[in-house]
Design a protein around this ligand. Structure first.
Ligand code: NAP
Length: 278
């Protein structure tokens, strides 16, 4: 694309833009001709990606280092966008985190951090930018939930609960914004080949044969944007799992989820034990 058109291109802000699913969204939006505001905590990976996109795709970029778990950080991001006189046409609330293990054993500040990032920052950014989008009568908000939103998850109790919130909140907004020109979409990836699992202590998702690539999640999202649905579950295996579990009596579902999570914990413990022996 020709960089001379970059001043007339729409702007999208993507949180957690530096790696994983957020990076794949950033690359795809740039390829589709959008200028990008990239947000994450570490500035250097954002700068490297931004420079690459400016050269390869001819788009404009702005990088913002922000820890969105900090109170006031979302407001600062919003004010910085305003200060630069940018009218956002798109917002992708992607940054998220989790932690593996029993709720009672996890430090409370860590659990609250998950709520701050996955829920509070997402709600704040949505509220701040939605007002402007409604005034402009156009806009796009993509909230990244998870297929973990469809059932409680022992050992990931807070994470799954935050994603249930994201799905409920986003689908409600989908209804509230109907006919306003603002498109709201809730995205539920299943296991995806990023470093998320390692960082959360859940294991290496990159070696899971059933995991999707971040690019597949982005492709499912862009396909869903051509339709009018409120939610997209990425990956046929995830769609089938959710379809089946929605038909199960709730106690059965809880029993099966518990069984699966205990099996997963035991095999990841065995794996890390085997690695330590090598
Ligand atoms: P990831 O590879 O760990 O990337 C997370 C991104 O968020 C990074 O850019 C990170 O950059 C940024 N980030 C983390 N904490 C932040 C904070 N406090 N403030 C601002 N930015 C922060 O994760 P991912 O797998 O791409 O996950 C992206 C989203 O998809 C999350 O919402 C996750 O819950 C959801 N999801 C993932 C999977 C999966 O299997 N991977 C499945 C379902 C749903 P910095 O570290 O520099 O801040």
């Amino acid at each position: 694309m020709n960089s001379s058109h970059s001043s007339t291109r729409p702007w999208v802000l993507i949180t957690g833009a530096s790696r994983g699913i957020g990076e794949a969204f950033t690359r795809r939006f740039a390829h589709e001709g959008w200028n990008i505001v990239l947000v994450a905590r570490l500035i250097e990976p954002l700068r490297t990606l931004a420079r690459h996109l400016e050269t390869e795709e001819g788009v404009k970029t702005i990088v913002m280092a922000a820890d969105l778990t900090e109170h006031g950080a979302s407001e600062q991001v919003y004010q910085e966008v305003k200060r630069r006189e940018i009218t956002l046409r798109g917002l992708v609330n992607n940054a998220g985190c989790g932690v593996d293990g029993l709720f009672a054993r996890a430090p409370l500040p860590r659990s609250l951090e998950i709520i701050d990032l996955n829920v509070r920052a997402l709600v704040e950014l949505t509220r701040l930018f939605l007002g402007d989008m409604l005034s402009e009568k156009q806009g796009l908000i993509i909230n990244i939930s998870s297929s973990a939103c469809f059932q409680p998850l022992p050992f990931n109790a807070v994470y799954a609960a935050t994603k249930a919130f994201v799905t409920s909140f986003t689908e409600a907004l989908w209804l509230e914004t109907k006919g306003t020109g603002v498109r709201v979409l809730n995205v539920c990836p299943g296991l995806t080949k990023t470093d998320f699992g390692i960082r959360a202590g859940m294991g290496d998702f990159k070696s899971d044969p059933f995991a999707e690539t971040p690019e597949q999640v982005v492709e499912s999202t862009f396909r869903a944007l051509k339709k009018t649905q409120p939610t997209v579950i990425s990956g046929w295996n995830n769609r089938w799992r959710v379809r089946i579990q929605c038909r199960l009596p709730h106690r059965w579902l809880l029993f099966l989820v518990d069984l699966y999570q205990r099996f997963r914990k035991r095999s990841s413990k065995r794996e890390s034990g085997a690695k330590n022996e090598v």
